[in-house]
Structures are given as C-alpha cells and as structure tokens.
Design a protein around this ligand. Structure first.
Ligand code: XMP
Length: 516
C-alpha cells in the first residue's frame, strides 16, 4: 500500500463490457481506481483503503436466481456507493426496493432532466444527453431514496440517498456518448467520497522510482527491450530508478521495420543512456525461417529462436536477480478474471517462456496502468512520440507480412514499401496510435505490368489499414483516394521489383488484421 494508491475508488465488476472504462474515466479525473470481481474477498477490494465504491453494469436481472448481489461488507462499510445500471438495480434490490423487467427497453441516446439538487449534478445544465442500455428498471425506491433525475422512459434515471452517500444512475456515465459523464464521476469521487485528485503521471513516476529503488537495492535488473510502448516505458522508468544496475537486451530478429533497430538504439543507448546489449540475429532467423511457409510454424520457430538468443545473452550477464516486464493493467484484470490467479505472466510476452533453470524475480512497474496512462507516463519521461504513440507491432514482425519465401531481398522490399505507406500516412496526420494499425504486406504472386516500353513481371504489395477499438474486430480504414494514389505511385516508382499495389478492403471478421 502506498500513499498514491490509497483513498481512491474500488470498482466492483458485475460483467459490463464498460467496466474498464469506468476505471479509466475515474482516473482521468486524477483519482486512483481499481477493478475487482463483484465477489472478490473484502480484504482484497479494501487493500488500498478506498473511500467509495462504484458498482458496474452487467448482463443479469437482479431478481433472478443466482444473479450477482451486493457483497455484505459494502453496506457495512458506511462508505459512499455509486451504482451504474445493473449496479443501481443491485443496490436498490439489496436495500429493499423493487426492480422489474420493463416492457420498454431503453437503448442508446436519451435526455435526462435533473430536478432535485444533489452533489452529483451540481453545476451541470438541467438537461443532459446520456447513454442508456437497460431492459429492467426500478419501480419502487428503497426507504431514504429520492429520485434526482428522470428521462422519458425512466422516472428513476438517477436516484440518491444523500444521507448515506448512496447514488444510482440508470445510464452509463463512463462512455463518451454521455458527454458530461466524466464530470459526474468526478463529482461522486471528489464531492461525495472526498477523494483527493493526486493520481498524475508525475506522482506515479516519483512513487514508482522510490519503490523500485527500495526493492532492487544494489542488485542487477534485466529488461527485454522490444521497441514497443510498454517495454520502452518500463525501460525509461527503471533507467531513472536504478540506471547503472539495469541491462536491456534488444534482439533484432531481422523482421523489424525500416530503421527500427537504429531508432531503438538511438533512443535508449544515446538519449536515455541505457546499457543495451544489442544482438543482431538477422542471419540466424533468416536461415531458420527461409523455408517455412505455414504462419503458425513461423510464429513457433520465431518464438523459440527469440528465447534462445535472449536467454543466451541473459546467461552471459552475471548476477542478475530481477527481470522487468511491461505487463499492464488490462492483462492483470484479464488473467485474474480468467484464472482467479493473482499473479500471471502475460503469456504472449516475448520473454514469458524462459528456460526452467533461469529464475528471476519479476518487476512489473506498469501493472496498474491502462495503455493511455502508460503513454502519458512515457511522455512525462521524455520518450519521443515515435515510441509513445507507436502502433502495435506483432512479435514475429515482418515475417508474417512477407508471404512466400523469407529472403533478405524480399524483406527489404517490404520494409521499403511499408516505410513509404507510413510516411504518407504520417504526412496526412492519419497515423494515430490507439485505434489504428497500418502496414504493407508483400504477396507471393507476380503480376504483369508495363513500365516505359518494357513489360514487367513483378511482385504485388497489399496495403492494410484498419480502425479498431480492441483488435478483436476491425474495419478497414476509408483512406482518402488521393493518399492511396500517392502511396501506390511512390511504391511502384521507388521500390524495385514491385509493379502493383492493392488495398485490402476486408473487415475482421471474416479476415484477420494480419495476413498470416
Ligand atoms: P489478427 O491478425 O489476429 O491480429 O487480427 C490482432 C492483433 O494481434 C497482433 N498479432 C500478433 N501480436 N504476436 C503478437 O505479438 C503474434 O503472433 C501476432 N499475430 C497478430 C496483430 O498485429 C493485431 O494487432
């Protein structure tokens, strides 16, 4: 427990797809919040002494057998509670009110009017646009409650028992479709619960550095640097905390993008002054991968080779006690919910599968951060935008974007075409981090073309650009035709051996984002 994380908010998850969003919105207001399963043990939920609780929405009906209810410690705590959607219904049910199935379901945008003064809506206009998504509704309030806002369909769009600090909203303040939602959550956390907004990147950095120093003492720490945002931010943090004791291993598989290895070395070695062991294993990877075509076989071989190279470098370092990893909060929530295990290492992480005889104690300084917070911390640590806003890049890299034979010449062709695409997207300001992934793919087919008076018979590049929220589904980006025209012209003119460029207009599903 530390000062930075105490006095925040505990969020109980009743199964809503928006639960993580609640935590992010609360934190954007400067108040630390954590997500727990609704039936997590009280000691766990209360470990950081939260000043209030938020109950998420969820898919159940509170009056049905087996529906998740309020845990006993909640009402006994005497602390404020905000119920959102199902959370409101669970609160009402627990306190003796009535919730029933509603003949009129309410989905989407709605307007609410708040007419009863309350700390929740104080300072907001009397009419607010909100996002509703519910079938059940409250039909009788528990004793002590008053309605404070209504919509056309919900006389109880927001309710309160201000004496006890109990609030409920039928709508979702955490989604962007509720424009004043963040203010409403801040009103609950600060006015009602009395939380002090102290969760900032600067405070996080200061606290984390002190914690890492205390834990590491004068021992050595190892880090696998990939160039991705998470490992980069862990690296920059540890460099500040225990610089001289930190060694990063950076393996170049040969499947990185144009100038990527140089860029990583420049930033970490030259600008951050980090000890970086650089292993250019391009030849090894190419030798081993050249004749493998099947995508999963490529992934397995690359993963194994990576571990071999990484662990050989790690063994060469003497007396390393700690291994730093870029695990972030969504991984922690997911693994806790999937397995109920408290401490699971990210399974797809590059160094997750070290040989059994190699033992390190893990340091995971970003375990409590959402991706957008990781980026803010990265910015505050002075990392360049090219790293902080880097799009996700798969571990096997260009090996799964170079379809057909994996040779240096073909990989260079792909690197060059990819760099042109990214450069033009950047010029057009379309290369935005969080929600997009854009890249080139080299296809294993040749097409006929004509250049000057010459017939050509060369390879085809496919461009892929998608918009996505979670990488589980994605839609192809409607890029401007003029931009596509420029990219196509530049690629066929500047990249030898390519005479045709196509744009992938398939969504996921049925396609995947990568081609392999
Ligand atoms: P797909 O192609 O499955 O990709 O729609 C979804 C997201 O996952 C990334 N991806 C990978 N990341 N190792 C990784 O680290 C992999 O083998 C791998 N395959 C796909 C992909 O880039 C996209 O962001």
């Amino acid at each position: 427990m530390d000062d930075l994380r105490t006095g925040g908010i505990a969020i109980l998850d009743y199964g809503s797809q928006y639960t993580q969003l609640i935590a992010r919105r609360v934190r954007e207001g400067g108040v630390y919040s954590e997500v727990f399963a609704h039936d997590a043990p009280a000691e766990h939920v209360n470990r950081n002494a939260p000043l209030g609780y938020i109950l998420s929405g969820g898919p159940n009906s509170v009056y049905e057998d087996g529906a998740p209810q309020l845990p006993d410690y909640l009402l006994a705590s005497g602390k404020p509670i905000l119920g959102i959607c199902y959370g409101l219904q669970a609160l009402v049910h627990a306190l003796g009110g009535t919730v029933e199935a509603s003949p009129k379901r309410e989905f989407g945008q709605a307007d609410i009017t708040h007419y009863h003064p309350s700390p929740l809506f104080d300072g907001l206009p009397p009419q607010l646009a909100v996002w509703m998504s519910h079938g059940d509704k409250v039909t009788r309030l528990p004793e002590g409650f008053t309605p404070i806002a209504e919509s056309a369909n919900s006389p109880y769009a927001a309710i309160a028992d201000m004496t006890r600090g109990y609030y409920g909203v039928q709508f979702h303040p955490e989604v962007t479709h509720t424009p004043q939602g963040a203010q409403l959550l801040a009103a609950f956390t600060q006015r009602v619960c009395g939380c002090v907004p102290k969760w900032t990147p600067a405070a996080f950095i200061e606290t984390t550095i002190a914690q890492v120093r205390a834990r590491v003492g004068d021992e050595r720490v190892l880090l696998g640097l990939s160039g991705g945002v998470d490992s980069a931010v862990v690296g920059a943090l540890l460099q500040r905390a225990v610089g001289a004791q930190l060694t990063a291993i950076f393996v170049n598989t040969g499947f990185l993008r144009l100038h990527e290895a140089e860029n990583v070395l420049r930033v970490f070695r030259d600008e951050q002054h980090m000890n970086v062991v650089y292993n250019d294993a391009t030849e090894l990877f190419l030798d081993e991968l050249q004749h493998i075509r099947e995508p999963e076989a490529k992934r397995k071989r690359i993963g194994k080779l990576f571990i071999d190279v990484f662990s050989a470098e790690a063994r060469a370092l003497e007396g390393v006690r700690f291994l730093a990893q870029g695990t972030i909060y969504p991984d922690v929530i997911e693994s806790a919910q999937n397995s109920k295990a408290a401490h699971v290492i990210k399974s797809h992480h590059n160094v997750g599968g070290l040989p059994d005889d190699m033992h390190f104690e893990l340091i995971e300084p970003l375990r409590d951060l959402f991706k957008d917070e990781v980026r803010k911390v990265g910015k505050a640590l002075g990392l360049p935008d090219s790293i902080v806003y880097r799009q996700p890049f798969p571990g096997p890299g260009l090996a799964i974007r170079c379809l057909g034979e994996l040779t240096l010449a073909r990989l260079d062709k792909l690197r060059h075409a990819d760099a042109i695409f990214l450069e033009e997207l950047e010029k057009a300001n379309l290369l935005v981090g969080d929600t997009a992934q854009c890249f080139a793919v080299l296809l294993p087919v040749q097409a006929v073309g004509v250049m000057g008076d010459q017939r050509t018979y060369e390879e085809v590049v496919a461009l892929r650009a998608v918009q996505t929220d979670d990488f589980m589904t994605a839609d192809w980006a409607r890029l401007p035709y003029d931009l596509l025209a420029t990219v196509s012209r530049r690629i066929v003119n500047e990249v030898r051996g390519v005479n045709r460029v196509v744009y992938d207009i398939t969504s996921k599903p049925p396609a995947t984002i990568e081609w392999e």
